[in-house]
Design a protein around this ligand. Sequence first.
Ligand code: CO
Length: 134
Amino acid sequence: MDISHIEHLGIAVKSLDEAIPYYENVLGFKCYNIEEVADQKVRTAFFKVGDTKIELLEPTSPESTIAKFIENRGEGVHHIAFAVKGIESALAEAEEKGVRLIDKTPRAGAEGMTIAFLHPKSTQGVLTEFCEKL
Ligand code: CO
């Protein structure tokens, strides 16, 4: 498959309002986008760090997978996202090589990206996202 770089790291937080000041005032990044992704029941905040971004994820409902993640494991790194060319064929290749997919078909993510997740049971515990700007 054709992966160019780490597109972003997803970090689960209880509150964007509480988390953003650390990234802005301590690390000196600028939050350039806050966006709600309704079907994932999250609000996201983005910071650029070179070619990579930090994506903060705040649950908007107790049913959100992010709410459940925080409940079970606390706040922290939630997933790693790779920028991939040809997301459909990358998914097919991963599946063919024995990786369990969460998303068999890519779906809409934040920032106009098409995204799909690989199951952490197949990736040594790292929830892995493929994303592509179409
Ligand atoms: Co992500």
